[in-house]
Design a binder for this molecule. Structure first.
Ligand code: NAI
Length: 304
């Protein structure tokens, strides 16, 4: 089965280079009309350039359709305007890949709150802005595929990236509510955690062969599948160098304690049971935690 994006309109943010460029090229090769957004700044978010325009030229060179957008994802007005232009030219927006991002790495002790806020602003607020800008259109169309870009830092942590990690796990959280709110209008929302050799990772001291094995082209298949017609929803998928995997946020069965044991000492005494992963579940909404609480309550005598 060939996965086609014919007659689909796709927006890829931060597509002037790295992973986003690869997604934009592959979407266009498979028939999508693509908005290539990129501010074209440096890795820390300063400056701007015509990076988006160059990718549009690449797409046009093989006969694809694309338009460039040099807007800042952190600016809702600019993103609303970008979506309006795409709709005016092509009649709708079916796919949004929130990919734009910057780094301001430092240990939390040395990080300024300005650097914390800027990174959250570009990754988390930027993705929320772009999603907000397409949301009503996708609801009206009864069709939408949205991909958030998280990271291993957000899901699992990394020294020196408190700002980035907070924003990235926030994106997985955004996915988890938007998938619920979008479901009745056929809007599917997923999260991707890529691992790729790009300018974001070029100073990690990777051997050249590894950097090359981590080429963005190995991540693009997962990104495209996650915004395709038959995409799943509410998934967190990892991809890099030909490895593809999924992450889940789980809930252990835990314990229900009688009143007398509801003390810090009681928690300490039952800690092994609380964190025992036997029988854990993957809740599909927050309500399932309340369900576990209610079940536990019933086990120990209900509301009395
Ligand atoms: P990259 O630096 O090549 O790409 C990011 C792009 O976003 C750049 O072209 C940049 O100009 C653009 N951008 C930055 N701020 C923007 C803004 N305010 N508005 C519009 N465009 C803006 O880096 P890479 O690696 O391709 O990163 C893409 C995404 O993947 C990012 O969200 C990054 O955090 C994420 N990621 C990358 C990993 C990797 O191993 N390369 C690992 C985990 C996540």
């Amino acid at each position: 089965m060939t996965i086609s994006f014919k007659d689909r309109v796709a927006i890829v943010t931060g597509a002037g280079g790295g992973l986003g460029r690869t997604y934009a090229l592959e979407l266009a090769r498979r028939g999508a009309k693509v908005v290539v957004n990129d501010l074209g700044g440096s890795r820390d978010g300063t400056g701007h350039s015509d990076a988006a325009l160059k990718v549009v030229e690449e797409i046009k060179a093989f006969g694809g359709e694309a338009m460039s957008n040099g807007g800042n994802v952190a600016d809702l007005e600019q993103m609303t305007e970008m979506v309006a232009k795409a709709k005016e030219a092509w009649g709708g927006v079916h796919v949004l890949i929130n990919n734009a991002g910057i780094l301001r790495d430092k240990s939390f002790a040395k990080m300024t709150m300005d650097d914390f806020k800027l990174v959250v602003d570009v990754h988390l607020i930027g993705s929320a802005n772009c999603t907000k800008a397409v949301w009503e259109t996708m609801r009206e169309q009864n069709y939408g595929r949205i991909l958030m870009t998280a990271s291993s830092t957000g899901l699992f942590g990394n020294f020196g990236q408190a700002n980035y990690g907070a924003a990235k796990l926030g994106l997985a959280g955004l996915t988890k509510t938007l998938y619920l709110e979008g479901a009745k209008n056929n809007i599917r929302v997923n999260t991707l955690a890529p691992v790729a050799g790009t300018r974001m990772t070029e100073d990690l001291g990777m051997p050249e062969a590894l950097f090359n094995a981590l080429k963005p082209e190995n991540v693009a298949p997962a990104a495209l599948f996650l915004v395709s017609e038959d995409a799943p929803t509410n998934m967190i998928v990892g991809a890099g160098a030909g490895a593809y995997h999924a992450s889940f946020i789980t809930l252990t069965p835990g314990v229900a304690l009688p009143e007398a044991e509801r003390t810090p000492e009681g928690i300490a005494a039952h800690w092994d049971q609380i964190i025992d992963r036997t029988g854990e579940i993957v809740p599909q909404s927050g309500g399932e935690q309340s369900g576990v609480v209610m079940a536990a309550l019933n086990k120990i005598g209900g509301l009395g």
